[in-house]
Design a protein around this ligand. Structure first.
Ligand code: HEM
Length: 419
């Protein structure tokens, strides 16, 4: 056991027991960040801020929310929105933060793709990031059920039914997830448990892992330059701060991030105060009714691209039913992003504009995802420019898969061969 001497201060008392000074150095004051980055590197800290907002506003809502199929709708739409003081504010903060979290997650993810920050030692940052995206998706879906409105109910019906496509055990799995033959009270209570307990615990653990995974490879920079962090850190510590290519996480990096977080908060509270409806679907202001299917069921904007891939395959192939093919493509769309570090076959870490083919690939991918989202909101049986929406959805879905599993490897193999 370490030798314990009489503490000179409270800080010293903790230091002797928890090595707080060393911990602070390793994780914060001597955790080095390149200088050559821009506002896009603030997205991680904005995401952290949003998660804290979601957590605190969620605690406030939980004090009045009733996870019961007979009471849930009124507890949200009357008790919280009309009777509890500032209940409406907490609800708007929670709903807007959920929606904006996905916006920032997409920006953060595509920044990492643009600068190719997912490889050469950064694979675990990437994998834990995509895990966060998938768990946040489950968190958002389970939360959307809680107001027990028409869209909550029917989205739950459609999504839980997807598991019916699993061979042999599908129908049993659907019943197991719902806790009943149809979506009903037991489904609501178990999704409540997932939303307020199990998934947040997992999210906190994965965020901690994401931060830990960042510690050794360090974050990338605007040029993809390989920095000798030990050398640059020594320069900084010797006082040659202008000459050094790095700054400490605190105060250098985080204080700048607080500036970006403040600007973001102006935008955020503008939405909360004046534009909250964009995060609420009007159909969800009708209570859940198992006898009345809404004419057009669609998810929130951030799931539309995946939803369109699910609907994109409208024909049977041999013994495989269209719905099963769509389900496989949907599962692939969600999970495939994890493999990007390995679909990229080159060692080069550089911004997309340094390689013309990669640059074009990047923007075609973004346009494809935007178009998938646009068509995901339109009724599948509509017609656009004289072409059936189903055909357009099919082409866009196939394009997404080809871009990831064919184009990315080919472009990066060519880059490797050029040397
Ligand atoms: C709540 C979710 C998340 C939080 C709190 C978070 C937090 C952070 C923070 C603080 C950083 C360092 C600074 C920065 O580049 O912003 C970072 C970097 C990174 N994150 Fe996330 N992140 C989250 C989700 C994701 C997702 C969904 C991905 C997608 C794969 C991802 C991939 C990355 C990558 C690759 C880096 C390294 C960037 C670089 O080296 O330049 N993160 N994250």
């Amino acid at each position: 056991m370490a030798h314990i001497r009489k503490a000179t201060s409270l800080g010293d008392w903790f230091d002797q027991r928890l090595a707080t000074t060393k911990f602070w150095k390793v994780m914060v004051s001597e955790y080095w960040i390149p200088k050559n980055i821009n506002f896009l590197w603030a997205m991680g800290v904005i995401l952290m801020t949003l998660f804290i907002l979601l957590f605190v506003s969620g605690l406030m809502l939980m004090m009045y929310y009733k996870p019961d199929a007979n009471l849930a709708f009124d507890s949200v739409n009357y008790t919280i929105m009309q009777e509890v003081e500032y209940g409406w504010l907490w609800r708007h903060i929670h709903a807007i933060a959920a929606s904006v979290t996905f916006l920032i997650i997409y920006i953060h993810t595509f920044t990492a793709i643009y600068y190719r920050s997912y490889k050469q030692g950064r694979e675990m940052i990437w994998v834990s990031g995509i895990l966060l995206f998938l768990i946040f998706s489950a968190e958002a879906f389970s939360g959307y059920m809680l107001p027990w409105g028409q869209m909550s109910y029917w989205a739950a019906q459609v999504i839980t039914q997807l598991f019916g496509g699993i061979p042999v055990i599908g129908p049993a799995v659907v019943e197991w997830i719902r806790g009943d033959y149809a979506v009903s009270d037991p489904t609501l209570t178990r999704f409540f448990m997932l939303h307020v307990c199990l998934l947040p615990i997992v999210i906190i653990a994965v965020i901690a892992f994401h931060f830990y995974a960042l510690r050794f490879p360090h974050v990338n920079n605007l040029e993809g330059e390989e920095i000798d962090f030990d050398l640059e850190a020594d320069k900084y510590l010797e006082g040659k701060t202008a000459e050094s290519k790095v700054i400490p996480f605190w105060p250098g990096f985080l204080s700048k991030d607080f500036f970006y977080v403040s600007i973001f908060m102006v935008f955020f509270f503008y939405l909360v105060g004046f534009n909250f409806n964009f995060a609420m679907d009007p159909i969800n202001f009708d209570p859940a009714n198992s006898l009345k299917t809404p004419p057009h069921i669609y998810p929130e904007w951030y799931f539309l691209w995946e939803y369109e891939i699910l609907r994109g395959f409208f024909f049977d192939v041999g013994p495989m039913k269209a719905a099963d093919i769509g389900l496989i493509a949907f599962a692939f769309a969600g999970v495939s992003l994890i493999f990007i570090p390995w679909f990229d076959r080159s060692d080069v870490v550089a911004p997309a504009h340094k390689n013309k083919a990669f640059f074009i690939w990047f923007w075609v991918l973004i346009i494809d995802l935007i178009l998938l989202s646009v068509f995901g909101k339109l009724p599948a049986d509509g017609i656009t420019g004289g072409i059936d929406n189903t055909y357009i959805g099919f082409v866009l879905s196939i394009l997404y898969i080809i871009l990831l599993v064919v184009c990315l490897p080919l472009i990066t193999i060519a880059e490797r061969k050029r040397g």
